[in-house]
Design a protein around this ligand. Sequence first.
Ligand SMILES: [Zn+2]
Length: 346
Amino acid sequence: MSPDAGGASLDYLYHRNPEPGAIIEVAPGVSWLTMPLPSSLNHINLWLLEDGDGVAIVDTGIFSQVTRDHWQRVFAGPLAGRRVTRLFVTHAHPDHIGLAGWLTELLGTELWISETEWNMGRRFSLDPGKILTESGLALFKRGGLSASAEALMQARTLARVPSSPVPELYHRLEDDMILHIGARDWRVLIGRGHAPEHCCLWCPELDILIAGDQVLPKITPNVSLWPGRDDDNPLGSFLATMDKLERALPDSVLVLPSHNLPFHRLYNRLQQLRDHHAARMADVLTACDRPKTAAEMVPLLFQRKLDQRQTTFAMGEALAHLQYGAMTERLERGERPDGAWVFRRI
Ligand SMILES: [Zn+2]
């Protein structure tokens, strides 16, 4: 995720987020709460949907004692005596799915999620160290950083992202599926590029989109090539999703994003995100007049100091742009003997 200049031309309904533990009703039967995050993102937005005699939860917050304490306060306070009917998870990133195991067990409720996100979240929760170390090293190798001790250390730093076991049983969310939640219908819209099978939820009656991380104001969702998926084109998928959302949704929709504030003017934001990636692609193509690896591209794309975790995201993001260039036949992808990809303008 990186901050961008966009967001100024959007209309915000609120000036600030609710404090963790507090709840704000943003529409009939739709409430907003936040949980803290230990990163520059600072918080995640979660949603509560009235669901018959109970309430459904959308996303969980990160697996930490602090977040669990906040949840306990919510259950003892605003949700006291309320049954939780189900837990929806938009995608398998740790701030969204981190407490799925804990919440479903505590509340005796069931998880609703897409198959790919369940699969990733489940594997990750069972063995985060192994997956992150292996995928981190694969990413560094493709990106042109040697599998040095430093790279290994970076991967292990990432492996400390905590997690709780993602339940074995789940209800599968699929594209275009209609969910009856309380008195209203919500349509599942699958988005790609930020995560492989990210679920957005749209209620036409309320004109509300629960956007997850697919569309965010002020920050550009991270779009990374996932290690081992050498022929994926995540940026192509992300841009196709921007088009899909514009076709599926009215511009009047109120967007409830997972970070920052709810906003109107979806089409403006979709265009800003397209423009952002188009500008970045133009820089990538120019730079590739001389052959480049992703590692050589990172300082050109991110002109600020990056910590280890940010460097890993930046490598994934640089590879996503280079790969998009190769997939649209503007760049040629070659491979060095050490497995690193080198991209050259055609
Ligand atoms: Zn995410």
